[in-house]
Design a protein around this ligand. Structure first.
Ligand SMILES: Cc1cc2nc3c(=O)[nH]c(=O)nc-3n(C[C@H](O)[C@H](O)[C@H](O)COP(=O)(O)O)c2cc1C
Length: 373
C-alpha cells in the first residue's frame, strides 16, 4: 500500500472510519426552493459517498428561517424536513460511508431575509443587520439544538456545528464584528459565550455519546480579525466539552475575494498550517484539515507529520469523485485536479444557481446545464 496512513481506519466518536478521507462540507445550491431535499442533492451525496471517502459531511443546513445563507439551502428548522434529509443519510450509508450533517445560521450573511440578525449592527455590503436581543440569542441557540435533534432523527451518525466562513458563531467570536457591550461582547470569554452556549445546548439535545463536530475558523485572514491566539483558546473550550473533532478552516466572505487570500488559496494544502497550529494547542483532539489537498502524497505527508488526523476534500472530491479510488490504486488513471484559478462552482452558487464543475466532461456539463440553467 502506497499511502498506509491515508488508508488506515480511524475511530471517531462512535464511528469507525474505513480510511482518513472525509468530504468537507460543500454547498452547491442543490436543495429545493422550499429548503427540502430532492433527487438532485440525494444523488449528489450518493455519488460523493460512492467515492470511497470514509465520512461525508453534508453542507450547511439552516437551523432557522432567518439564517438561510442562500435561496437553495437545505433547512432543518421544522420536523417536516426530516423525511427528505433522511434520504441523504440513507444514500450515504448505502454507498458505504458515515454521514454527518453541518448545521448553520448565516447571521449577517443571510440572504434577503426580512431582517438579518447579528451580534451587532455591523454593516455587510449595503445591509445593516439587527443587533440581536438576549431573547433572540437564546432562541437561536435553541434552534441549533432543535436542528441537531432532527439531524439525529434523520439517521445521521453525527452533527457538525458550523463555526466557520464568518457565519453567526464567528460573528459573535470576532471582536471585529461583535461590538456588544453586554455579557456576549467585549472580552474573549464574553465573545465565546454564544458559540459555547450553542455547543452546550446541542450536546444536551443529542446526548453526550452522539458525535458533535465543530467547523473551527482558525483565522479570519484579515489584519483586524480573529487569529489563532484566540481561536486556539476556543479549541480548548471545545475539547473540554467533548467535541468529537475540529474541522479547521480559515477566511470569511470578507476575506475570500482579497488578492492576498486568492493567492494563498491557489496553493496545495493552503490551510494545513492553521490545522497544525490548532493541533498543537489541543493535541488530543481529532483535527480535520481541508484546502486543495489535491494529491494523496500531500495527504499522506499531512498525516505523517501529525498536522491533522483526517483529510477533508471539498471541491477536490467534487472535481474528481474517483480521487480515493485513484489514490488507493484501484482505479488506474490520473487524478483530475480542481484548478486553482477556477471559480465556476463558487460563481454559480453566488448567482443563486446550482453549481457544476468545469472539470466535468462536456457531456455531463451539457446535460446538467440543460436541466439547471
Ligand atoms: C462553493 C463552496 C461551498 C462551500 N460550502 C461550505 C459549507 O457549506 N460549509 C463549510 O463549512 N465550508 C464550506 N466550504 C468550504 C469547504 O469545506 C473547504 O474548506 C474549502 O473549499 C477548501 O477545500 P477544497 O480545496 O477541497 O475545496 C465551501 C467552499 C466552496 C468553494
Amino acid at each position: 500500500m502506497k499511502f498506509p496512513l491515508l488508508f488506515s481506519s480511524y475511530r471517531l466518536g462512535g464511528m469507525i472510519l474505513k480510511n482518513r478521507i472525509t468530504m468537507a462540507p460543500l454547498f452547491l445550491g442543490y436543495a429545493n426552493a422550499d429548503g427540502s431535499a430532492g433527487e438532485l442533492i440525494i444523488e449528489h451525496y450518493r455519488e460523493m459517498a460512492g467515492s470511497g471517502a470514509a465520512m461525508i459531511v453534508v453542507e450547511n443546513v439552516s437551523v432557522h428561517a432567518s439564517g438561510m445563507g442562500h435561496p437553495f439551502v437545505l433547512r432543518l428548522d421544522d420536523d417536516k424536513f426530516i423525511q427528505g434529509i433522511s434520504k441523504i443519510a440513507d444514500a450515504i450509508h448505502s454507498a458505504g460511508a458515515s454521514a454527518v450533517m453541518q448545521i448553520n445560521h448565516a447571521g449577517r450573511y443571510a440572504y434577503a431575509s426580512a431582517q438579518r440578525l447579528a451580534p451587532s449592527a455591523f454593516k455587510t455590503g449595503d445591509v445593516i443587520p439587527k443587533e440581536m436581543t438576549v431573547g433572540e440569542i437564546e432562541a437561536i441557540a435553541k434552534a441549533y439544538a432543535d436542528a441537531a435533534t432532527r439531524v439525529r432523527k434523520a439517521g445521521f451518525d453525527g452533527v457538525e456545528i458550523h463555526g466557520g466562513t464568518g457565519y453567526l458563531l464567528v460573528q459573535f467570536l470576532s471582536g471585529r464584528t461583535n461590538l456588544r457591550q453586554d455579557e456576549y461582547g467585549g472580552s474573549l470569554e464574553n465573545r465565546m459565550r454564544f458559540p459555547l452556549r450553542v455547543v452546550d445546548l446541542v450536546k444536551e439535545a443529542v446526548g453526550n455519546a452522539y458525535p458533535v463536530g465543530y467547523r473551527l475558523l482558525a483565522d479570519e485572514w484579515l489584519p483586524d480579525g480573529l487569529h489563532t491566539g484566540e481561536t486556539a483558546i476556543l479549541a480548548k473550550e471545545l475539547q473540554a466539552r467533548n467535541i468529537a473533532y475540529l474541522s479547521v478552516m480559515a477566511g470569511t466572505y470578507d476575506s475570500f475575494f482579497l488578492p492576498e487570500y486568492i493567492k494563498e488559496e491557489s496553493k496545495d494544502a493552503y490551510m494545513a498550517h492553521f490545522a497544525g497550529e490548532i493541533k498543537r494547542a489541543v493535541p488530543e483532539m481529532t483535527i480535520i484539515t481541508a484546502g486543495r489537498i489535491s494529491s494523496p502524497e500531500t495527504a499522506e505527508r499531512i498525516l505523517q507529520e501529525k498536522t491533522a488526523d483526517l483529510i477533508g476534500l471539498a471541491r477536490v472530491l467534487f472535481a474528481d469523485p474517483q480521487w480515493p479510488g485513484k489514490a488507493a490504486g484501484t482505479i488506474d488513471a490520473p487524478i483530475i485536479k480542481c484548478a486553482p484559478s477556477c471559480t465556476v462552482c463558487l460563481n454559480r452558487v453566488m448567482q443563486g444557481k446550482p453549481a457544476f464543475c468545469a472539470k466535468w466532461d462536456k457531456k455531463r456539463r451539457e446535460q446538467f446545464l440543460a436541466m439547471h440553467k
